[in-house]
Design a protein around this ligand. Sequence first.
Ligand code: FAD
Ligand code: SF4
Length: 439
Amino acid sequence: MQGNFLTYLYVVPILGFVIWYWRRHGRLEQASLAALKAATEAGMLEPPTLHPEIDHTICIGCKSCVSACPEQDAHAVLGMIRKKAWLVGPSDCIGHGACKAACPVGAIKLVFGTSTRGIDIPVVKPNFETDVPGVFIAGELGGMGLIRNAVEQGRQAMESIKTLLKEGHSNDHDLVIVGAGPAGLASTLGAKEAGLNTVTVEQEELGGTVAHFPRRKLVMTQPAILPLVGKMKFKEVQKEDLIDYWREVEAKTGIRINYSERVDKIEPVPQGSGYVVTTNRASYNTRTVLLTIGRRGSPRQLGVPGEDLPKVTYRLIDAEQYRNQHVLVVGGGDSALEAATSIAAEPGTNVTLSYRSGAFSRAKPKNREKVEAMVADKRLRVLFNSNVKAIRDQDVVIEVGDRSGKLKNDAVIISAGGILPSAFLKTIGINVETKWGTE
Ligand SMILES: Cc1cc2nc3c(=O)[nH]c(=O)nc-3n(C[C@H](O)[C@H](O)[C@H](O)COP(=O)(O)OP(=O)(O)OC[C@H]3O[C@@H](n4cnc5c(N)ncnc54)[C@H](O)[C@@H]3O)c2cc1C
Ligand code: SF4
């Protein structure tokens, strides 16, 4: 009788805990294996920025890193396989570094690049100046990701530039700032505070990479100081609210940013000091340049007649705006497939996806399956081995194999990848170092 009582009191709860623990552990292992398999099949094994390298000889399998990763709720970034931590979603890692801080045994190192894919990082002095005198870099382009770091660096770079400009110069402008993500916004505010004659140009819109986050994404950040404004206090904020806050700052402080203006060339002033910055709209003669262009680069263009028509864009903002329209999406990566399927899901749309190769080998299986299902339902048309030849007001001319034809068209979305900033930096003469899995 007493034996039975003790069994109920001690053994059953312990047994229950062990079963619960193994089930939970097993579920995490299954999810981790599935995430790693999906990333491997899609060829998405290369982290885009700073990421953890886990030493499995030191890892004790405590899972602290998995719990600490702020991206984990949205994607399986870190996982547990055979009681060790693994980076199971490398392409979703954005370099928060919370895993390293959480690891109790120092098993995690944060590195750039991998042994198979090098990452180019420009060489920048502690005052943010590159080895090209008068050309500065701040924000993610310099290697350090995250919004708070970008804001802080943008502000600090302005302190160095201000000092340099005390020497005076004979150029039309003190400074051209390229890019209006968090680093460009903070430095534009800093330039206004310092009373500098500045031009800020942005090829797209305010917010940089943040403007491209998925709708309603929860942004995890740290407080940072914006010149003229003070402390930006957010820790967790939805993407749209953060962008709205930055827009209010822009309006309230009266800073001016030239949108839809892309810098194509930066060259030394012939027989003088400073630089000529050439954009798709104008050219500026300036003493200094601050590059806050991030690492996403510029969207790759098709280079076909009509690409400058207002109906052509390089990313999808809102699928609903294409209701009842004939839309052409160009590209074969995840963003092209996601744009095509979300527009095709809207009522009254007639969507064609054009890709120059014969298969979507670069896209995630879940996106490929969605496209196949929509094609089977006749809600989406895919043209493999096709090339856009011209974009016109009412239609597009497209070549499929050796045949050419016309498609009725109201809007074109080009998702053909980007041109990485390292090539651009090299044209300016900035020294770039390639990191292969090093700190
Ligand atoms: C999916 C994802 C989720 C993320 N989540 C978070 C998060 O939760 N918290 C966090 O802190 N960080 C997050 N990050 C990282 C963060 O977004 C970046 O580190 C930060 O935006 C970098 O700021 P930046 O100003 O240096 O560059 P960017 O934000 O990349 O801005 C650069 C700007 O320069 C412009 N530009 C580029 N080339 C030119 C040119 N030639 N001419 C004119 N303009 C040009 C671009 O259009 C862009 O607007 C995330 C990143 C990604 C990809
Ligand atoms: S926190 Fe460190 S020890 Fe714990 S699972 Fe992650 S890498 Fe391993």
